[in-house]
Design a protein around this ligand. Sequence first.
Ligand SMILES: Cc1ncc(COP(=O)(O)O)c(C=O)c1O
Length: 382
Amino acid sequence: MTGMVNFDIVHERRGTGSSKWSKYPGDVLPMWVADMDFPAAPEIVDAIRNRLEHPLLGYGVARDELRTQIVSDMQEKFNWSISADEIVFLPGVEPGFNMALKAMLQPGDGVLVQTPVYRPILNAPGHWGLKRIEAPLTATVTGHVMDANLLGDKLAQSRAFLFCNPQNPTGKVFTREELTDIAALCRANDTLIISDEIHGDLLFDGRPHIPIASLSDDAAERTITLMAASKTYNIAGLKTAFAIIKNKEMRETFAQSRLGMVDSVNILGLEATLAAFSSAGKWKAAMLSYIADNRDYLSAQIADRFPSIRLVKAEGTFLAWLDCADLGLSPDPQRHFLEHGKVGFSAGAEFGEAYGNFVRFNFGCPRQLLDDALDRMENALR
Ligand SMILES: Cc1ncc(COP(=O)(O)O)c(C=O)c1O
């Protein structure tokens, strides 16, 4: 038991309209979408309940307290000075990076992504007639590495870099040195940076998150940073996120690209975000410690029970990226584990063409579910 939430408790989520628990038949354990099986912090639930005491639920706008909270969080957590008017509230990070591509680029422009990567990032350039350019990350025993020379070559063909840090699905957290290299390459190529930092509070082993825009004035001027409380505090269903855009002209162009499709933000999501950032620190610390233990446990179990699966320990996020190539499963490991073990992972091919032999395993869950998933994997291989 930690604080007021016991992360070991398994809550029945079937029948609650959970996307995670509705995708597969009832006998399948869902370990796919980036949604954790933990209840929200009591402070967040209380804030929503308090808001509902005032039964007027019209269109919302972020209160000054929320803007002020974000400004001071950026300073405290990341030593990054921003001002309140540089924040643009959004109903999601995914709408945010699509808005950014639509607003800032012309059809035919190149957009760099580092593969493997979260499918909506992979697919976003295609929505706007843009050319996706890929710079794969390479897995090593100790982590995923980027090839700066390759990145430079690919950036020369790109107008924008749709960056994901911490990285989904690999769990890579970019170091200051790597970020400095990226920022320098983007400067040299005059590249726009759209930086999805939705997992930026989910880091392990004392690693700091560094918003790329915080590195220099030049990086700040060319970057649209996208953040949310949604992943860290497990409130993604409240559909609330924000962009931080220092460059005024870019901010105005971005805001105009709502095009009547990206609406104002859910009023309960705004209250939940404020409560998360202002009052749920203890819950966050306990959750991080729990999922760090899950990550270590999962790595040990995989090494012990599935020695031919390759797994690089995540540096952040609650996602594990399992290379199952040596198992030789047909037609692919996701289908095999689903059909023979009744466990539903995300399929590697969603994250890039070359990754059909991978699955993404969501370890943001009570330990009992993690054990259940491992047992189901074992059954699938019998
Ligand atoms: C890297 C990344 N970006 C964006 C999202 C989706 O964000 P939102 O629900 O705010 O659109 C996710 C969700 O898994 C994600 O992992």
